[in-house]
Design a protein around this ligand. Structure first.
Ligand code: FE2
Length: 287
């Protein structure tokens, strides 16, 4: 079954208020867009979600494929008036057989990947906000998730981004080929990239303000609509001052777009900046 849909989704906790919080107008817009995405994934009958975030278990030089049949996250919400805490446990199903397939495919294509196991594959592996926030909209037992992380060292501090771009695009192309292969013939798949835009929008936040932040976010949204590699490369030029955690994942998406025989059409392209960083809920469907 071909790859059905692609998503670039935010992971700011501000879009999930919990039982005590309220959403401001900008966060509410992102929250509503996330609910539309969740509905679309359900309506499409998606059985497997392949997700990567910049805030997982990161190895210095290797991609890590999480070899677990269960993932969990505990979210703590605090009532600001009574200081009472509410704890919610999220659980998602993994699939170690498909993790093995992804791990092997990456290595066969010359991408250094390693399996990651915490205790035992059937023990629930704790995951952090990068995966939890987008997946929290997809609670339930209808989907399995396959999680991998990218190496920390991929984008060189000296600004030499070519090697990183080439490798990340290769990861995207590998996933695209794998998901469209006979191994996945009976499995409806979506890829979710969890990542946010520039973190330099607020002079009062510890990350501070940089004038490139607005350009970074504007060009990201142009890239969302055009999938142009030239736009992506403009983002690499801005990233050292704009500080985005989504660029590696966006480059994986570029690899999927460029490798695919299908044309990918942008559907959602919601953008808001409700805090010190910009966020987008963006989606693409194959024509
Ligand atoms: Fe982030």
């Amino acid at each position: 079954m071909p790859l059905k849909s692609l998503y670039l989704l935010p992971h700011g906790g501000i879009i999930t208020p919990g039982p005590y919080g309220t959403l401001d107008e900008k966060s509410a817009k992102l929250n509503e867009a996330m609910k539309r995405v969740a509905q679309e994934i359900e309506d499409d009958g998606i059985q497997l979600i392949i997700i990567t975030s910049p805030h997982g278990y990161n190895h210095p030089s290797d991609y890590l494929v999480y070899f677990h049949n269960v993932f969990e996250s505990w979210e703590i919400y605090t009532n600001q008036e009574t200081k009472e805490n509410s704890v919610e446990r999220f659980l998602w199903q993994g699939n170690t057989d498909l993790a093995q397939v992804l791990f092997q495919s990456l290595n066969i294509n010359g991408i250094r990947a390693a399996p990651l196991i915490l205790g035992d594959p059937n023990f629930p592996m704790k995951i952090a906000w990068g995966e939890t926030i987008p997946l929290s909209f997809l609670k339930g037992d209808k989907h399995q998730v396959l999680i991998f992380s990218t190496p920390m060292s991929l984008i060189a501090d000296d600004g030499d981004s070519e090697k990183g771009i080439t490798e990340l695009k290769k990861v995207g192309a590998t996933i695209e080929k794998l998901v469209n292969s006979t191994i996945f013939a009976d499995i409806a798949v979506s890829v979710i990239i969890s990542g946010d835009l520039s973190h330099k929008h607020d002079k009062d936040h510890q990350y501070g303000y940089h004038e490139s932040s607005a350009d970074f976010d504007k060009i990201t949204m142009e890239w969302v609509k055009t999938q142009s590699e030239d736009k992506l490369k403009e983002l690499y030029r801005l990233e050292p001052t704009a500080s985005s955690c989504g660029l590696k994942g966006m480059t994986i998406l570029q690899g999927i777009f460029d490798d695919s025989e299908k044309k990918w059409i942008n559907k959602e392209h919601v953008y808001e900046c409700p805090t010190y960083f910009g966020m987008t809920v963006s989606s693409w469907r194959a024509e």
